[in-house]
Design a protein around this ligand. Sequence first.
Ligand code: BQF
Length: 284
Amino acid sequence: MAKIISGKEVSAKVREQVKTECDELKSKGINPGLAVIIVGDDPASRVYVNNKKKACADVGFVSEEYALPAETTQEQLLALVEELNNKPDINGILCQLPLPGHLDETAVINAISPLKDVDAFHPSNVGKIMIGDYDFLPCTPAGVMEMIHNEGIEVNGKNCVVIGRSNIVGKPMAMLLLHENGTVTICHSRTKNLKEICARADILVAAVGKPKFVTADMVKEGAVVLDVGINRDENGKLCGDVDFESVEPKASYITPVPGGVGPMTIAMLMKNTLKAAKIQNGII
Ligand code: BQF
């Protein structure tokens, strides 16, 4: 029987902390502001952007949404980013991904000022994470670490397995676990003996993007299982990368979907935006 780590609860705690600090900034005349760019009308992106705007309102940030039509050109998008880079009342900028196919995501990420890059996708921020001397952490891996810390789970010396090698989740996740002295293995679509490698993990992070990919036979008795997946199952129901029903009895800790890592991602975005406001105002 696993302890189910509630991302709802842990994220509420983080947001409460951010709100308190936001109030302090406001008393000094500083109003943290986040700009969210969304291009086109992908329904999942719309939900995510709404979640971010709501979280901003909850903690007391100003949020500005820039909803651009799907036909927006690269030049128009880059011009908006440049305008926001130069807007003093905007501390954080994020461009909701994925972008429509004709737009160059890398070019957009590179155009965002690293000081306002609250997703931590800019190569300068990615590089800082690699070294371990960073201002911003990517929100999803940071959210997973926050859950681990909140439970008092020790990473030092543990076998950590991350399934998935994306720049947004898998790679930075592995780096954060490494910084805490985990022995880290990254698995991906070409990995041989994936099941065996996963079954050796003390801490298993699933960021595959396939519904119920991680089954009980891939999980060691007493493992900590963190599910980053947001998928729809055969009935259209939201589900993770982990087959929760079968894995839960074997795990010591497990995160649910929904209500697990997802809400943490949003909370960590708030934390990054607060930090951006502090840095830009010379407070840290
Ligand atoms: C929950 C995201 C894939 C690709 C781009 C709460 C979110 C999701 C789930 C959310 C995600 C996933 C976000 C829950 C933001 C997480 O209750 O389980 C919140 O809003 N997320 C994103 O911005 O871009 C993505 C997943």
